[in-house]
Design a binder for this molecule. Structure first.
Ligand SMILES: Cc1cc2nc3c(=O)[nH]c(=O)nc-3n(C[C@H](O)[C@H](O)[C@H](O)COP(=O)(O)OP(=O)(O)OC[C@H]3O[C@@H](n4cnc5c(N)ncnc54)[C@H](O)[C@@H]3O)c2cc1C
Length: 375
């Protein structure tokens, strides 16, 4: 089979690996507009369950990922002077650049052709020259735009602003920090992803952003202002920028997932709010699911139809949970009057995927603490 892939992110690279591994006669080419080392972002997170899925799909990649990652089991909720730790939440983090390097190397080892600095504008020509065109071209997918009348996407620009930074202050475990300033409430989502660096994403609502005057601030001024807001958490470590810009989260859904021999994958197909740390996970699990469909038939249209019918309900359920989590953060200021254990419980149960009963099993000490403050 001749397969062209637009986009060398986790979705495109991992799908190429799985297809080439199961049949080396596939001719697979990835077109990536950036160079092999140009990436944005800091760390990415995986749950224990995702790592099991990755191990089952390709042990070699899994072994490389787990050599590099940082594992933890606590979620820390920080507000005012208090820090509440909730145990029993197994996650791990790895640098996005490191992950892409591992996937690129595995592609090269298997014989996948990687064309860097190749931006695809003529999608139609590319799709005519292959049996399957995979559009793994990210959240602002060109392919999705060009074939919008077939995919029928819905794009929902959410009101909160967020910015993705790194820092050398190490946050052991997923740390959710809330700081109130004159401008309003800022939330930080942070976690260590290697020995020296943590991801530090800052989110706030539109009014807070406007009152903070961020539209007028340079990159350096923005980092200095936000470092002041989180001064007691960052402990004098600066915020590190990697072309970091304020953005509004874009919620992407598509009514149809494929058109003839083109299929959307990863962020091009769907997004889920970063507060449940799932963009990379979903992209790689999409690749696993699509590959599984091609194991059952070599007929592209049948495989794509099966991919849509089997994976869509899973993604919809995930997006529903992510939606609840996103709404929680969009309304974060309403939760600030809660006591620290109440705030922590509200956060832990926000998406509906974790219940009070689950927490009782995972961390009875936390639940006992919560019950004491209710009295
Ligand atoms: C600013 C920002 C920072 C982020 N940082 C993190 C982070 O630190 N941790 C995390 O877990 N998630 C992060 N995410 C989310 C995460 O990147 C995605 O959820 C995940 O990478 C999805 O994988 P993907 O392969 O579908 O898309 P992507 O990783 O976005 O890959 C798509 C690729 O397609 C390429 N491309 C696009 N159009 C073309 C074209 N026409 N021709 C050729 N190539 C093209 C792009 O250059 C890109 O490399 C971030 C998102 C954004 C917007």
């Amino acid at each position: 089979m001749k397969i062209n892939i637009i986009g060398g992110g986790p979705a495109g690279l991992y799908f190429a690996i799985l297809m080439k591994k199961s049949d080396s006669s596939h001719e697979i080419t990835i077109y990536e507009r950036n160079g092999p080392d140009d990436t944005f972002g800091w760390g990415v997170v995986f749950s224990g369950k995702t790592l099991t899925n990755l191990r089952e799909a390709d042990e070699e990649t899994h072994a490389e990922i787990t050599k590099e990652f940082e594992a933890w089991d606590n979620v820390d909720v920080v507000h005012g002077d208090s820090k509440i730790s909730i145990r029993g939440n197994s996650f791990s983090g790895i640098s996005r650049l490191q992950l892409l390097k591992i996937l690129q190397q595995r592609c090269e080892q298997l014989g996948v052709k990687l064309h860097f600095r190749s931006e695809i504008a003529d999608v139609e020509a590319l799709r005519r020259s292959c049996d399957l065109l995979v559009a793994a071209d990210g959240v602002n997918s060109t392919v999705r735009k060009q074939y919008a009348s077939h995919f029928l996407p819905t794009l929902d620009v959410r009101p909160n602003r967020y910015i993705w930074y790194g820092t050398n202050q190490l946050f052991h475990g997923l740390t959710l920090t809330f700081r109130e300033s004159d401008a309003g409430v800022f939330a930080a989502h942070s976690y260590k992803f290697n020995k020296t660096t943590s991801t530090f994403i800052i989110e706030c609502d539109e009014q807070t952003w406007q009152r903070g005057g961020f539209a007028e601030l340079s990159d350096g001024q923005t980092r200095a202002r936000l470092a002041e807001v989180f001064a007691r958490d960052l402990k004098r470590h600066p915020l590190l920028s990697n072309n970091s810009k304020w953005i509004n989260f874009l919620l992407v859904k598509n009514h149809r997932w494929f058109f003839e021999n083109i299929v959307l994958l990863g962020d091009a197909l769907h997004t889920a709010h970063f507060s449940i740390g799932s963009g990379t996970k979903l992209a790689m699990e999409d690749a696993i699911a699509l590959h599984a469909c091609f194991q059952r038939t070599s007929d592209a249209v049948r495989a794509l139809r099966e991919f849509e019918s089997t994976r869509k309900p899973i993604i919809e359920e995930y997006q529903a949970a992510a939606h609840e989590s996103m709404l929680w953060f969009e309304n974060a200021r309403n939760y600030m009057p809660l006591s620290p254990p109440q705030l922590a419980l509200s956060l832990m149960t926000r998406s509906g995927r974790v219940t009070y009963e689950d927490l009782k099993k995972r961390d009875p000490i936390f639940i006992a603490q919560y019950e004491t403050t209710r009295l």
